[in-house]
Design a protein around this ligand. Structure first.
Ligand SMILES: NC(=O)c1ccc[n+]([C@@H]2O[C@H](COP(=O)([O-])OP(=O)(O)OC[C@H]3O[C@@H](n4cnc5c(N)ncnc54)[C@H](OP(=O)(O)O)[C@@H]3O)[C@@H](O)[C@H]2O)c1
Length: 328
């Protein structure tokens, strides 16, 4: 099968399209023909080892100290089940599915295999493969941070920094759906998009200082990681929650120390408690048109370096989708 492979860490040019063996199915595994997958910020980080302070060594332990052990990137994908192991009971050939192998990766390929007990969910009929793939990374992160961790309530005030990327664009829509008052921070060119997604107010970080608003927030969600914890903590109410979607190790330690001091909670960490139920929930939100995944562009597999360059810029809108095969 064709796959986008990387054999060393580095810039987008380390990615090459190669022929590799199609995965062999184990008894409890499902083989998926990938229709659409995304190049996410996670792929950029795994490829380049450009991660927040303190996490480079951890990433190298996960995927190899000198060369990548897992050569095929791609944390999410949508497609059709084309094979099942003899013990598989929940999926059948021809099911439309969303898979989210996360750091196990492997979706930037024509085929990938996943355990039926892994992060795999059936895609509702009305949801396209493109939307399913584009919903996974941002949708699950936003749902877990906002609903499960921050327990965002109707009429609470939230500021979302980086509100038009994959995570931010999902977060604006989900926060709006939960009934919160959303202040979106993005560049001026994305103001209309943020308002369209459901923001009540927009701060253009290129012309205004987002950190001196006149009112306090119940929740701040930082999807960029360039704000200082001591600055954002001061913008929060006493029962506020500071969501560090991007957190360095020192930030995480500082957040833990602040827990002892009381005041606004600092919440960081990786995608907590992600299960296939969360994937089902995200897909239901897409089906109900509550969450419309933003797609920056759709590129073929042989343009994957271009996709990585766009992701590396830090200024994509929503998701960059790679269409591998057209199953629709
Ligand atoms: N902890 C977790 O579990 C978890 C899960 C998923 C992702 N993440 C992390 O979350 C981050 C965001 O991911 P993503 O996929 O959403 O990234 P993304 O799609 O690349 O989005 C980045 C966004 O940040 C905006 N931006 C850039 N500079 C900004 C600034 N100074 N102020 C405000 N906005 C700014 C960009 O908008 P403009 O073009 O308007 O500047 C862009 O929309 C990544 O670092 C990723 O590693 C963490």
């Amino acid at each position: 099968m064709k796959a986008a492979v990387f054999d060393r860490f580095g810039g987008p040019d380390v990615i090459a399209i190669k022929d590799v063996p199609t995965p062999e199915l184990g008894p409890s595994e499902v083989l998926v023909k990938i229709d659409s997958t995304c190049v996410n910020s996670a792929d950029s980080r795994m490829r380049s080892l450009n991660v927040p302070t303190g996490f480079k060594l951890i990433l190298q332990l996960i995927n190899g100290p000198f060369r990548p052990r897992k050569r095929i990137l791609g944390v999410d994908g949508s497609g059709i089940v084309i094979g099942i192991g003899q013990k598989v009971t929940q999926f059948k050939v021809s099911d439309r599915v969303l898979v989210f192998p996360g750091i196990s990766m492997g979706c930037h390929a024509e085929f990938m295999k996943i355990s039926e007990s892994g992060l795999i969910a059936k895609i509702p009929e009305q949801v396209s493969f493109t939307d399913a793939a584009a919903s996974a990374f941002g949708g699950t992160t936003a749902l877990l941070f906002l609903r499960d961790q921050a327990k965002l309530q109707a009429r609470e005030r939230i500021m979302i920094i980086g509100s038009t990327g994959a995570v931010g664009s999902a977060a604006v829509q989900i926060a709006h759906h939960l009934g919160a008052h959303v202040t979106a921070v993005c560049s001026g060119k994305n103001k209309e998009l943020a308002l369209h997604l459901g923001a009540d107010e927009v701060i253009d970080y290129q012309t205004e200082n987002p950190y001196s608003p006149s009112q306090k927030f119940d929740v701040i969600m930082d999807c960029v990681g360039n704000s200082s914890l001591s600055v954002t903590q001061k913008l929060l109410t006493n029962k506020g929650r500071n969501l560090l979607v991007v957190a360095s190790l020192p930030d995480m330690l500082q957040g833990a120390a602040r827990k002892l001091m009381g005041g606004p909670r600092v919440i960081s960490g990786d995608t907590f408690k992600l299960t296939s139920d969360t994937l089902d929930e995200v897909l239901s939100l897409v089906e109900a048109c509550v969450f419309r995944p933003v797609v920056d562009r759709i590129l073929p597999l042989d343009k994957i370096q271009e996709a990585h360059r766009l992701v590396d810029s830090g200024h994509k809108k929503g998701s960059v989708v790679i269409q591998i095969s057209a199953s629709n």
